[in-house]
Every structure is written in structure tokens, then in C-alpha cells.
Design a protein around this ligand. Sequence first.
Ligand code: UD1
Length: 396
Amino acid sequence: MNGHRAGARPLVDLVAGARPNFVKLAPVARALAETGCVELRLVHTGQHYDPNMSDAIFSGLGIPRPDVCLEVGSGSHGVQTARILERYETLLLQHTPAATVVFGDVNSTIACALAATKLGIPVVHVEAGLRSGDRSMPEEINRILTDAIASLLCVSEPSGVAHLRREGVPDSRVRLVGNVMVDTLLRELPAARCTHVPGVAALAGRAFGLVTLHRPSNVDRMVVLRQILAVLVELSRSLPLVFPVHPRTRDMLARHALDADLRASGTITLLPALPYHQHLSLMASATMVFTDSGGVQEETSVLGVPCLTLRESTERPVTIELGTSRLVGRDPGRIRAAFRDVMAGAWPPARPIPLWDGQAASRTAAALVAWLGESSGAPADSAARPPGSRSADDTR
Ligand code: UD1
């Protein structure tokens, strides 16, 4: 069965597998539903399956229940990617969509893009073009490969357009639409500010810093993780820290009994991975955030909260140029210096980032509907080029 059926609305798959995908999918699903032009099928690969990493985010953001769950679970990169590829291909063969929309840079992104492309189903990549330049990051490989096979590339910041052009992607496939994650943030912020976060009562009314850590390069090797934690324990004596722990990091802490050490510090509060609103609530009221997450660099930039990015590179340079992020790596001296700058009030304020305005999902939806119309031979919807969106040509 083909996704373009005479007289029927084209079927579009929205695929998500990991926590950051869900936050990006929510506004795009809503905006696409509002166009009334497509039929949506929500596919959850099951890459993230802990309730706080998945179900709580779905229900918290009002995302409809997935139509299909592939339930792939954990595994090595090869195993996880292969399982998704195999199971998604089976689904595609049973009921073929007109297009597959993938988000971000996780294993689910490349696996589903590859399954679709090999069957001749066009792929739309939301958050295309980002590059850290660091090929040791699994996410960087996922980004490069997904962009190489996607038919429509929706980009969140200007650096993405430049990278795609350098890699030979024709401008006609590229749309600079802005950041859909920011749509979710702006929509959910009022609710988040009223959200109770269990386990942090002792900090009520006090200044605190927030920590998130999960990159393999920071948490998979004991010597590196210990070095980062040592400086965080030291700084927590001046500013108490709250640390919601990602499952990957939780396993490492438990394996080496480091969680007990952190609790014993008395100045670091360990929490499980948090539902979206609780995490946003903490981020919005933190004095500063220590993170290795890409999404958190973006979110703190919009919130105006100083962000000490525990990495040597970022695929999101606009968060440094206009936002609040500074790369501090994991060098204790650089982390301490940045900490002192924040505490002294010497951190540059955030400036507005173009197209991070809460309307990126409607620009994405309009671009997708127009492109579907063009690729099926039907005349493009006149509303398809949304106000404020730019083709890559406009950004020269
Ligand atoms: C993945 C993404 C990363 C994204 C991050 C957000 C890839 C390559 N990485 O990293 O880009 O920033 O999600 O969270 O796709 N686990 C659980 N419960 C869960 C999920 C994972 O216990 O719900 C454990 C498993 O033991 C698993 C490990 O965490 O082996 C890592 O999970 P995985 O999906 O491989 O990558 P993340 O580190 O979460």
C-alpha cells in the first residue's frame, strides 16, 4: 500500500525513540494535525523505556499514545540500531507512509531514516545540519548519515544551513525553520513554574545549581566521571547542587558506589531522571546549569540561565554566540573559573535567537505539507510557505 492514496490524506510517520525526541515531536505533531492535510502515525521505537524517560514525557506534553511501539529496549549501538531497522521496516512494508519524519540525532533517528530510504520512502529530518565536528560522538555519526539520505531537511540554526551546503545538500531540500524544542519550552513554562518537584524541599527559597550528565564521553569511563564529580562536590559547598541522574549515569554511579559518596557530601541532591515539567521547573529557577546535553544548552539559552557545558565542542554554536552556554570541557580549572564568573554576575546575558520564537513547529508543518504536495505532483498548498520561514537561499 502506498502512502499517497487518491482522495485520501497522505499518511506521515512521526518517529521517536528517546527522551529529547518526544519533546521535539510534541509541537510538530500538534502543528501537523492542525493543518488537517495529513494523517499521522506515531511510532515509538522503545529506545527509552523507563517511565520517567518516556511515559511521563508523553503524558506531560499531551502527546497522543503511540500508534505503534517497536519495543526495542537497550543494547549495544549495533544491536539497538539493527533491531529498530528490522522492526520499522516490517511496519513500513505492512502499511507504507508517504513520508517518515525523524527527529534529532539518536539511534532511532538513523535507523528509521535508513529503513524508510531503502524502501523509497522519503525522509524528513527535523533538527538537520547540526555538527559538533567530533566523530567520536555516536550522535555526530547519526546526524551526518541521516542528513545524507533525508529528502527534506528542517534546520534549527544558521550553522546547520552552512554545514549542509558544505556537504553538498542542495538548497532546495533545506528549510531554516527554527527550534521546535523551544516551542515546547515556551508553551510549557507557565505550567512548569507551578510544578512541585519532590525531593528538593530542603532547597526551598535557596539558590542552587542543576547538573545533568549522560554523554558516553563523560560518564562511561570511571576516571573521567570521578574527575567531573570531584569538582562538582567542591563547588557544591558554595552552591548546593541538584542532580537528576540519567539511567546511563545511574548505572555507572551504582556500579562504582559513587552515588553513596555524592549523597554523603550533603550538598548534592540526587534525583531520578525527571519528567519534563519538573526538570524545566528546576532549570528555570537554577542559578546555573552544568550539563553535557545538547537540548539543555538550548533551553538554558532561552531561559537566560548560565550554562556551563561540560564538553569540548558543541553542535549548537548559536547557544554560545547568542545564548548562555560556555564550553568548559571537564578541566577543573575552567569549570571553577566559569563558576566564579556566574557567582560574580559576570556572565553575558542571553540575546534573542532568530526563529526560536515558539512558531518553529508550524513552519515545519507548513514546509512539510508544501513539500508533500510538490513531491506527489499536486499543486503546493498556497499556505505552504509559512510566514517567517526561509529557504536556504534566503540565508546566504
Ligand atoms: C540517548 C541518545 C542521546 C540523547 C540521550 C538523551 C543515542 C546514540 N544516544 O543516549 O543522543 O542525548 O538518549 O537521553 O541514541 N536506559 C535505561 N532506561 C531508559 C533508557 C536507557 O535504563 O529508558 C539505559 C540502558 O541501560 C542503556 C543506557 O541507559 O543501555 C543508555 O541508553 P541509550 O538509549 O543507549 O543512550 P542514551 O545514553 O540514553
